[in-house]
Write a protein that binds this ligand. Structure first.
Ligand SMILES: [Fe+2]
Length: 110
């Protein structure tokens, strides 16, 4: 996340693109692993949780597409720090409040 800001500060556009792509890949892999675990548990909020993951990946993809096509809103979101704070706040909130809701189901399964 900090890498994106650093690259944006020095105007390194290809690096910004690369880091956004990396972040998107990372979240896709991480969410995929999490979702794979759900199917092995009795966790009841699977659909709600998957929707949240989907929303986040879509938001990154949307920003990535906008940024790569030099869409002004996306460039503004980056320069103003809005996209990076949105992404970090969402992730922190998700990991802190949504992810823990499936933990009891994992334990029960053992
Ligand atoms: Fe999650």
């Amino acid at each position: 996340m900090e890498k994106i800001i650093e690259a944006a500060k020095v105007g390194d556009i290809p690096a910004v693109s690369k880091y956004i792509g990396d972040l998107k890949q990372y979240t896709i892999v991480h969410f995929g692993e999490e979702e794979a675990m759900f199917s092995a548990t009795a966790y009841p909020d699977v659909e709600m949780h998957k929707q949240k993951h989907k929303f986040f990946v879509q938001r990154i993809a949307q920003f990535e597409a906008g940024f790569n096509s030099k869409n002004l809103t996306s460039v503004y979101d980056l320069v103003s720090g809005q996209i990076v704070s949105f992404l970090s706040e969402w992730l922190l909130q998700h990991i802190g409040t949504i992810d823990p809701t499936y933990v009891p189901y994992l334990k029960n399964k053992k």
